[in-house]
Ligand binder design. Sequence first.
Ligand code: CTP
Length: 389
Amino acid sequence: MKRILLIVGGGIAAYKACEFVRLCRKAGISVKCVLTEGAQHFVTPMTLAALSENQVYTTLWDLKDETEMGHIQLSREADLVVVAPATADLLAKMAAGIADDLATTLLLATDKPVMAAPAMNVRMWQHPATRRNVAQLRSDGVTIIEPDEGPMACGEYGPGRLPEPAALLDHVQTCFGVNQMLSGRHILVTAGPTHEPIDPVRYIANRSSGKQGFAIAAALAQLGARVTLVSGPVTAPTPSGVTRVDVETAREMANAVAAALPADAAIMVAAVGDWHVEAAEQKLKKGEAPSTLQLSENPDILALLSASPHRPRLVVGFAAETEKVVEHATAKRLLKGADWIVANDVSGDVMGGADNTVHLVTADGVEDWEKMPKDRVARRLAERIAHAL
Ligand code: CTP
């Protein structure tokens, strides 16, 4: 049985630690919990003791028998140390090597891998001090689980939320090397918009944020795949374990996709611009506005890949639709020669938002998936891909 030592920091997200412990137990993982003083204001030792079926530790002085060096033992008997939620304060102490309570002493004493899931207000997460501490921890070998983006308990919006307990469990399982269903596979993912220049400073683009494609690349990598992510211009951070190739235009994306072959599967999530214009070499001056823009069609990367002699075994396209979603997606599957089309209803605030409503269109028919966060769509799709390969 795998064992984790869970260090719960003092933030509102501490309540998610309870469900995380329950899911770990259900997955057959044994859990010992340590609560910081702050954490005890949000969850009680009693709750976690009941859920983990283990003693919960709160101070250095609980460890009765210091002749046996209880804190050293506790920090080393687990296979993995998980810090969730990791507050800004805990991250700072970890980065600086401060050991002024049980949690930080264990983190300094452990010789086991450490995974930290930060959760805090968006400004605190984006503060240069936190950025520095996170960079330091990464270079010290700590696995940092990126926080989710969304509405926060403090009323602000942005990255800083603790991922859902099921997602945390996925990270733990990956660390334990289970769920490596895609190891040895190479999967190509396209994501983001394309920019089609009009002149050196202006371009035609679309509202794609790249979030869904990046989440899919991350989920595939978590299942052990070697992932090449060909991305249009987006600000999203590169998921860990993913090789990213940055491009701007659709034609560059087509070339990057061809260069990344062979692949076992290709998941074309990018919102590829359909047209480009003959870009002016110099910046157009205000008075020189062309009265028309001559649009020429871009290569259809998905259709070209499907027809290519190097076609991956599984080709999955996305279809961004605002009406007759399934009907258009079904037609696109046949027209573009894809095995599956993930039909994406973009009529609301999907582009740039955190949630997605999709329908999976295959040769066997249509599956309607309920509205869910983009990273859950990604995990579900990655598992389907793993089963299909
Ligand atoms: N796609 C592509 N190359 C293009 C256009 C689209 O590879 N030049 C891919 C997208 O990555 C996606 C699928 O084709 O997987 C469908 O994209 P979508 O924008 O929905 O379809 P279009 O072909 O652009 O059709 P329309 O805009 O008419 O709906």
